[in-house]
Design a protein around this ligand. Structure first.
Ligand SMILES: *Cc1c(COP(=O)(O)O)cnc(C)c1O
Length: 427
């Protein structure tokens, strides 16, 4: 699709998008939950009280041995942690570059890393005495993880999902309903993740006393980006110990896909202080560089246009927007990467050059998914396939002694319709 430059259409939904957020636009230096200038808490007054409560209860839970024991028990016996760190021998041979290890988050219960965070926040809801969970979902993986944890802990669950995503991810809608969750289709805007988040936040404003908003990525107002990162950091803690055991050295590179940024920061966090470990996040390059064609917030160096710092849904970070500050439409073949903002900690890591970000196209992700399937016998989620494609595109930059850990954030069952429809052309 081409579009004359300088005539980006202004989507009519944008007034709705910014309306429930941001009452405060200055940046006090001492506000908690800041990553450099990014992050913060830009929400209406009514949400300040539940956010303070969540922050306080989360701080208590961190130091509460009973909470931690229950968390560890569920991660191990319900979700299936620790996940393996598998040497990808045939992929390594086929690509002829670095040694590649896969962190197998795809093997977790419900099929993706999302369950790590859902368990943590589900236990916090119980601790706060809230009987109901509200969640939003894009690909449906977070909705499924939330519905799963809610059922396991005896909580009610309402999941908001854009109707466009419901069509793309029908299997996950069926799973959530099977688990007893109420799935509410969102018809506003682009009918995808950010619209679902708006509706979930509206519900939360109305039902704060009885409901916990179980946000699925390192997005939203403080304490979510910090708290969700902490619940996902188990990925990197395990991977660090596993690679030291297997290779007796640290990796040279970490690769992960970046939607909101939770699986990537979950892998990166334990390695942040290891300056020699390169952190690489791969975004959705969609079908082109123009605004509306992609969801690449941190890849301006590759010519992806439209990302500038701004406030979206409670946090200050890089946001895809037009010249008037209206939130841009996004496109990705992968529902889980199709979001106009990125977690604020990634914005900071990018500015600091501590992590690098790049985007790959829909087509490259599809081809990478097929390659992994046929070399390793693992069908990856479309999101995770972006990380593989990112590694493949950067192969010329590697030395043979390089050692990569690639986070396989989820499995591809949910994407089989897309693979079947689009990969026929490739074989
Ligand atoms: C949701 C999802 C993602 C993207 O979310 P992050 O918060 O960036 O991790 C990536 N992979 C899978 C399998 C997902 O379900």
């Amino acid at each position: 699709m081409t579009r004359p430059s300088g005539s980006v259409p202004i989507p009519s939904r944008c007034t709705i998008l910014v309306q429930p957020m941001s009452t405060q636009l200055t940046i006090p230096a001492t506000t908690p939950g800041r990553f450099g200038p990014y992050g913060g808490r830009y929400v209406p007054e009514t949400l300040m009280v539940p956010l303070f409560e969540l922050e306080r209860v989360y701080e208590l839970a961190k130091a509460d041995p009973a909470f931690q024991a229950r968390l560890q028990d569920l991660l191990k016996n319900f979700a299936g942690r620790p996940t393996p760190l598998q040497f990808a021998a045939r992929l390594t041979a086929k690509l002829g570059g670095p040694r590649i290890y896969l962190k197998r988050e795809d093997l977790l219960h419900t099929g993706a890393h999302k369950i790590n965070n859902a368990i943590g926040q589900g236990l916090l809801a119980v601790k706060m005495g809230k009987p109901r969970i509200i969640a939003e979902t894009g690909a449906g993986q977070h909705g499924v993880a939330s519905a799963t944890v809610a059922a396991h802990l005896g909580l009610q669950c309402t999941v908001y999902m854009g109707t466009e995503d419901m069509a793309r991810q029908a299997l996950n809608v069926a799973r959530m309903r099977m688990l007893g969750a109420e799935v509410i289709g969102v018809e506003s805007g682009s009918r995808t993740l950010k619209d679902a988040i708006n509706e979930a936040m509206r519900d939360w404003v109305t039902n704060v006393r009885t409901s916990h908003y179980l946000l699925g990525s390192v997005l939203g107002a403080h304490p979510y980006p910090t708290m969700v990162r902490d619940f996902q950091a188990v990925i990197g803690r395990e991977a660090r110990a596993q690679i030291l055991e297997a290779e007796k050295r640290l990796p040279t590179h970490l690769y992960a896909c970046v939607g909101g940024g939770s699986n990537s920061i979950g892998l990166f966090y334990e390695f942040l202080k290891d300056a020699d470990v390169k952190l690489v996040g791969i975004e959705a390059g969609g079908r082109g560089n123009g605004l509306g064609e992609h969801a690449a917030r941190l890849a301006a160096h590759q010519g992806f246009t439209g990302a500038r710092p701004g406030v979206l849904q409670g946090t200050y970070t890089y946001v895809l927007q037009n010249e008037d500050g209206q939130i841009a439409a996004t496109h990705s073949i992968s529902a889980g990467l199709d979001y106009p903002a990125v977690g604020p900690e990634h914005a900071w890591l990018a500015d600091q050059h501590r992590a690098e970000y790049a985007a790959v196209s829909d087509q490259a992700a599809l081809e990478a998914a097929q390659l992994l399937s046929r070399t390793e016998g693992i069908i990856p989620a479309l999101e995770s396939a972006h990380a593989i494609a990112g590694l493949i595109e950067r192969l010329p930059q590697f030395k043979p002694s390089d050692l990569v850990i690639l986070n396989l954030s989820g499995r591809g069952d949910k994407d089989m319709d897309t693979y079947t429809r689009l990969l026929g052309k490739l074989t």
